[in-house]
Design a protein around this ligand. Sequence first.
Ligand SMILES: [Zn+2]
Length: 141
Amino acid sequence: MVNMAEEKELYLGYATDKAVTPFMQDFLEALDEERLMKSVCPECGAEYLPPREHCQKDLSICELEEFTEREAKLRSYVIVDFAPASLASKAPYVVGIGEFPSGCRLTAHITNLMSQPEVGMDLKLAFETIDKHKITYKWLV
Ligand SMILES: [Zn+2]
């Protein structure tokens, strides 16, 4: 079994001053305040987390809404043993898909595991400010 007990610093986050569209700007400004936004399609009601500007089903322009759920269950995970070069020193690390009670799912690192992850375990969404205008969200167990 891999040792995942040590504290991992993972910097797969958002540079919140690098928005390329007004939609992303709004998403990133909220993230800077540790508020997570989802997007909702006004035509079909589809929800996207993290938000997408265009609905995948009908290409409508989606609207941002604050996503306030923080408790989730681990739905699936992968233990990354061989990471891309920029993260090679961090491996092994765990990326998990958490499912909120609403059914929305979010992919993020699980950073404080003391043992093997288990599908169904409780997750809590947390934010981490790495630096000014650099923020990420992660799962805590
Ligand atoms: Zn739609």
